[in-house]
Ligand binder design. Structure first.
Ligand SMILES: [Fe+2]
Ligand SMILES: [Fe+2]
Length: 242
């Protein structure tokens, strides 16, 4: 148990994706704040670490399927998976949630003044995310794929990247991840943990539920990039330059 408490929450999810669901249940942030130990994360949330570890052991008892181990996928496969799964999800869901949220702000904003701020911050973060994903899809991910291909066929890169080292665009993406994570931390706290008030109508309840789902997907998305794709791409670049 002592040993588990000293592990980082991001590292635990990297080893077994199923733990992501458990951390989401207790609102433990394993992506932007994934470098904290389980002990520190539990202390911050006022959770009993023994109970969390018990639940985790129950969850991870059964053997996992290979599909839950993106740590072992080739980087080009992982980059495509992120785009097809998570970037597609953002593009599909973000405008739907925005339409619901705008309706809720218009109808209930008078009695619930926090809604205006929630609407503004959500609109801003989805605009940021769209630009962020475009940079990944147009610049960073194609470069990661060409590094991956170069290593596979044992040939040098066809063209040098427009940046000196991959660490530069990665650093920029990590800063943007932090900003998106902070925006959702704000939305979570302003909405009382996405808990609709007593007088909430169906759309209000649905919108908060959708926002919570969107946050969960965003955390998994950022985790795959920050904790798996980016560090492995930095290692790959170093191997190729050697
Ligand atoms: Fe992404
Ligand atoms: Fe990203």
């Amino acid at each position: 148990m002592e040993e588990l408490l000293k592990q980082t929450v991001g590292g635990m999810v990297r080893e077994d994706q199923r733990i992501a669901g458990l951390f989401e249940k207790y609102a433990i942030d394993f992506c932007c704040n994934g470098g904290r130990t389980l002990e520190a994360a539990c202390r911050e949330k006022g959770l009993d670490p023994g109970a969390i570890i018990n639940e985790m052991q129950e969850l991870t008892q059964s053997p996992r399927e290979d599909s839950s181990r993106p740590t072992e996928w080739d980087l080009d496969v992982l980059a495509d998976h992120i785009v097809n799964t998570h970037h597609s999800y953002v593009r599909l869901k973000a405008p739907v949630i925005l339409a619901h949220l705008e309706k809720v702000v218009a109808v209930h904003g008078g009695h619930h003044p926090e809604l205006a701020g929630i609407g503004d911050r959500y609109r801003a973060v989805v605009e940021e995310l769209e630009q962020h994903m475009r940079k990944e899809e147009l610049i960073l991910f194609p470069h990661i794929k060409s590094l991956s291909m170069a290593e596979r066929i044992g040939a040098p890169l066809a063209a040098p990247p427009p940046f000196r080292t991959i660490r530069n665009p990665i650093r920029m993406m990590e800063v943007e991840h932090q900003s998106a994570g902070d925006a959702f931390a704000f939305l979570r706290s302003a909405s009382n943990g996405f808990l609709p008030p007593e007088d909430a109508c169906t759309t209000y309840v649905l919108t908060y539920h959708e926002l919570e789902e969107f946050e969960a997907d965003l955390h998994r998305h950022i985790h795959l990039e920050n904790a798996i794709l980016f560090p492995r791409a930095i290692e790959l670049e170093a191997r190729i330059q050697r």
